[in-house]
Write a protein of this length. Structure first.
Lengths: 343, 343
DNA sequence: TTGTAAGCGTTATCAT
DNA sequence: ATGATAACGCTTACAA
């Protein structure tokens, strides 16, 4: 709230013109005599006039801002996506509003409030119910959903999951790893659901029996560590141990790695472990983590571009973008370390 | 831009009252007869009325939003600070605007624009010139600067640097490491300058000769890796090698670690390495990284709290908060690994 | 308790 | 080329 800032009226008075003329000069729009323009420009500089974004939004009915909704900012994944989004929005001279829903209810209200402050909205994963997304669409609010199945008229940006999962699992089969356990919760996120589906299909297509149900874990290192420690210690005393763990993301995999170390299990010798995302740490741990690289920043920047197409270019038909991923072979699956990683 | 949304006029008409009454009901403020309240509330629900944040801002001269300015979103540090900030702002029901300056000029303009959209501003490090900060202060805009020396009337939040550096260096002296090299650029950030100053003082106070000038590096892993590789290879052929590297942050230290591995140098045997921040990776690499833990999230949340004090509680006198840090001993300084880390 | 009306600082439509 | 002036959707005295 810049108190006492100069308004368009101050400038008009100072330059001896009407506010309409000031507006024209300031926006570089409409016909203005060079002489007048100079005079007004000088007054603007002198008074340090800056148009109020609010008043402008109100009158012009646009905000020059866009927003992004995510569950929480912890961990590298969301940061990276927002990084890509912020950067592209910066280029488009759009302000960026962020909103973490923090798994609370009442978030719907905040999303609607956010919607009132922006020209377009990116919504990540399942942070917001479909009903709300649809409602936003009916308000003509441009929406792109990220890492989530298509919703009515909204654009979509996703990274390929199913086929990469198949490729990864086949690679592990190639290492002679027969008994694979999926670690993660397919019900928790669309991404994980697709990875699990690919995991299943890889088994089916190679004529193997249906694998065990997922070892449920949230997408954190702590979750993975706890889940894997429980499963492995059970296996150790009497039970059976899987040959490999296909973790739903890298953080789970890091937790699994730690659990294995703590229980004296050799990775990948006794237990292979893979992750997903290729967060920076994946190349730094020991053994280095085999994973699927997902273009996290591009997810964000693509979303920003799609939004810009709707807001500025006026596109109406929904677009659905699927970004490619790639299998990154490192040591934890049983391959030799093939990059110049630490240890 | 929710097109065609219900306005206060629609609700007023629907409920058969004036817009003033609708406003009163909607804000839960002022005297309204229960019967009227119920009637209006019903109309609000029915029409799905939501007040326009813009119009509200314009009329009430406040935004219910605050902003944070940072150089760039890459790496864990800024993400963590923003995490803390966003979370606390969420509690205070403030919207959050973010702005990365991306080391470009023209950022000043964007900061001023941002200032027009918020009730208060957090500015990290040297992203914005002192002159601008002062200017914002004169506009009565609440400002808190983070990881930066105090500026005129702005609040300050910093983490302790100088004394922790002394503690760290003394610890390394205790390991018998005499010849220490500081890696980082004291001119690049106030934090690094203070760490360097502490590094110098630790030498002075123990009667040692003044150490070599810093090995200049930006705050990235790539920067550290390059700088250290150059320095170490020179040392290897004829020159001399330091006994330890005191890196300005963890990412530099990770780069140093990698460079050492690549050149076949044992860490900490031939070369001790320490970092700063205690980012999550620090505990996962091999050897685990001795570092100074800095409360990154608290930096952000504290800034949000200070802002709230100014905005809501109307505080006027500047506050300066110094958050404590702690020395985290792991393996890379020569200590045994004392936590249950991987490897 | 409720309504009227004057802002808030712009944009945009008409006249002139 | 410029100036009045009506929106934009709300808050907030001030009246009634």
């Amino acid at each position: 709230v810049p108190k006492g800032s100069a308004t368009i009226y101050h400038v008009a008075r100072h330059a001896g013109v009407s506010i309409a003329t000031v507006s024209r000069v300031q926006r570089g729009d409409g016909p203005v005599a060079d002489k007048t323009r100079a005079k007004v420009a000088h007054s603007i500089k002198t008074l340090g006039y800056r148009p109020s974004p609010n008043a402008r939004s109100l009158a012009a009915n646009r905000h020059e801002a866009s927003g992004i909704v995510f569950p929480d900012l912890s961990g590298p994944y969301y940061s990276e996506v927002i990084y890509g989004f912020e950067r592209e929005a910066f280029e488009a001279r759009q302000s960026v509003l962020i909103l973490g829903t923090h798994a609370r209810d009442g978030a719907d209200d905040l999303v609607l409030d956010l919607a009132g402050r922006v020209d377009g909205l990116v919504i990540m994963g399942r942070t917001v119910p479909d009903r709300l997304v649809a409602q936003l669409g009916q308000m003509k609010m441009p929406v792109v959903v990220l890492a989530r199945p298509a919703v009515d008229g909204a654009d979509t940006v996703r990274a390929e999951n199913h086929d990469s999962a198949i490729e990864l699992v086949n690679h592990m089969f190639g290492h002679g790893l027969g008994d694979l356990l999926f670690v993660g919760d397919p019900d928790a996120s669309p991404d994980v659901a697709e990875r699990w589906a690919g995991f299943l299909d890889a088994h089916r297509r190679t004529g193997r029996p249906r694998p065990a149900s997922p070892l449920v874990s949230d997408l954190t290192e702590g979750g993975g560590r706890t889940a894997v420690r429980a499963r492995v210690s059970t296996g150790l005393k009497g039970g059976t141990l899987p040959a490999g763990l296909v973790c739903a993301n890298d953080e789970i995999a890091l937790g699994a790695l730690r659990a294995a170390h703590e229980l004296g299990i050799q990775v990948p010798g006794q237990l292979a472990i893979t992750g997903w995302d290729d967060i920076p740490v994946a190349a730094l741990v020991s053994p280095t983590l085999t994973t699927i690289r997902q273009p996290m920043r591009e997810l964000g920047s693509t979303a920003a571009v799609l939004l810009a197409e709707r807001i500025s270019a006026g596109r109406r038909e929904p677009r659905h973008v699927l970004l490619p991923t790639s299998l990154v072979l490192r040591a934890s699956c049983g391959c030799q370390a093939i990059e110049g990683e630490i240890s």
